[in-house]
Write a protein that binds this ligand. Structure first.
Ligand SMILES: [Zn+2]
Length: 136
């Protein structure tokens, strides 16, 4: 999570900076250039996943569109030790990790899942991880 928030993931824009030739287009939507901000928050796939994921834990808020705002938003919603904050933190971390895993399985294994399958998996992990059965 920390790594992602510092935008240090090996996304295509970074590899390209190092002179490594890669497909620059986002594998999730095949429409925009793949930069971390796009992949994790702006991509249509990511938007749909976050909407679904947040409503599954009954947070009907919108994930912000820019990196700066996303970091602020994460801090705001994950603050404190209460179990609600814990669930938000887990869900955010799993959401980011899920997007990253999905992106990699599309590139390296040519397998893809839709956002519904991804969210179901994340919700399951979150319930098991936090032992919180109030999650729908
Ligand atoms: Zn995309």
């Amino acid at each position: 999570m920390w790594i992602m928030l510092n935008q240090r993931l090996m996304t295509v824009d970074r590899l390209t900076q190092w002179g490594i030739e890669v497909e620059k287009i986002c594998v999730m939507c095949k429409r925009e250039e793949e930069i971390a901000e796009h992949l994790f928050i702006q991509c249509n796939y990511a938007r749909r996943m976050w909407d679904r994921l947040l409503s599954s834990i009954e947070r009907h808020t919108q994930v912000p569109m820019t990196w700066e705002q996303f970091v602020q938003w994460t801090i705001m919603h994950g603050k404190g030790k209460r179990s609600a904050a814990k669930i938000v933190k887990t869900v955010l971390a799993e959401g980011v990790y899920g997007l990253w895993k999905e992106r990699n399985s599309r590139i390296f294994e040519h397998k893809s899942r839709n956002e519904e399958q991804l969210v179901n998996e994340i919700v399951y992990i979150t319930i098991v991880g936090t032992n919180h059965l109030a999650v729908k």
